[in-house]
Write a protein that binds this ligand. Structure first.
Ligand code: ATP
Length: 316
């Protein structure tokens, strides 16, 4: 399948310094590709090449097969969703108007825009009433979700996300990650996301790309990379708790049983990770969780089931 994004021997020079060096990388349709690495590794630079906020000093960047340097940057940007840490909602426009920004620039007819706003609020599990509110009246989590709704508004097949949950607290981050995984599964969009958080990378990615000093050090599926040969990659992704990292890679849905949980059991969403489930068990002292979503109960997850679901390598 043709790559949605292709970097071909791309370098970026900032003054005399290298931002990126000889990066060759493809992102295929439907991938959720996460760029991870220490501060200054070049993650944002690589992401911003795609919507031409940064220009390469050498090499070619292709989006949907076309060399983007040859095409109109404004058209390119309108065809790509972009979500950033600071959210960047327009303060004097309502939530609905914020979401409508790109569809309006693209000249969508008003009735189509009007229908799209509640659709997106529902996708992000936000109340329909929020459309009339102004950004300063939103909680941090709501604002992050509206930012994501705005990025998705014109239904772009490609979404760039730069530390999209960076400003959120750990609990909210967890919820937003689960949300993003769900949206990716539902929409099948191609997503390129930057994070400095290895756990987030492993939990979200279909493919992880590890950057260091402006170069791609490793790229592969999360479970492959935890076992990577390169000590820097292994340390970054596996840390000193590789078993816990593996828990972050399996969803509750994959480990749950169809049996009902005891009454009053804490509830976890099927899309949450087993590390979230384990945290909830530890926080609430419950050994069995109810698995449910939108008020529906789907089954249960007990501690033994959780452990069985995570294949550990045989001891050496
Ligand atoms: N506009 C700029 N002018 C000069 N140097 C820059 C510019 N933007 C980035 N750099 C440098 O390029 C390198 C890569 O930066 P980049 O922002 O891509 O890294 P990053 O991995 O996203 O880091 P962080 O996680 O801290 O955001 C760094 O050394 C940075 O200082």
């Amino acid at each position: 399948m043709a790559a949605v994004i292709a970097f071909e021997d791309v370098s970026v020079a900032y003054g005399g310094r290298d931002g990126l060096r000889d990066v060759t990388l493809e992102v295929a349709a439907g991938e959720l590709c996460v760029l991870v690495g220490p501060s200054g590794a070049g993650k944002s630079t690589l992401l911003r090449l795609v919507n031409r906020l940064v220009a390469p000093s050498a090499g070619v960047v292709r989006v949907r097969g076309e060399d983007i340097a040859r095409n109109d940057p404004i058209r390119l940007r309108r065809s790509i969703g972009y979500a950033i840490q600071s959210v960047g909602l327009f303060p004097h426009r309502t939530v609905g108007e914020n979401i409508a920004t790109v569809p309006r620039l693209l000249g969508w007819p008003e009735p189509r825009i009007a229908a799209r706003i509640p659709e997106l609020l529902a996708l992000l599990r936000l109340d329909a009433d929020l459309a009339a509110r102004y950004p300063h009246t939103l909680s941090g989590g709501q604002a992050q979700r509206v930012g994501l709704a705005r990025a998705l508004a014109a239904d772009p097949d490609l979404l760039l996300m730069d530390e999209p949950f960076g400003a959120a607290d750990p609990i909210l981050r967890r919820a937003l990650r689960a949300e993003l995984r769900r949206i990716h599964a539902v929409t099948g969009k191609t997503i390129l996301l930057v994070t400095h958080d290895a756990e987030e990378a492993l939990e979200l990615a279909t493919r992880v790309v590890v950057l260091r000093d402006g170069r791609v050090l490793a790229a592969g599926a999360p479970l492959e990379l935890i076992r990577a040969a390169d000590p820097f990659v292994r340390d970054l992704l596996g840390g000193d708790a590789p078993a816990l990292r593996r828990l972050g890679l399996v969803t509750v849905a994959a480990a749950m049983a169809a049996t009902a949980a005891p009454a009053g059991a804490p509830v976890i969403a099927p899309g949450a990770s087993l590390s979230d489930a384990l945290s909830l068990m530890l926080e609430t002292r419950a050994e069995v969780l109810a698995v449910g979503e939108d008020g529906r109960t789907l089954g249960s997850l007990g501690l033994p089931g959780l452990l069985r679901a995570v294949p550990m390598p045989a001891p050496a």
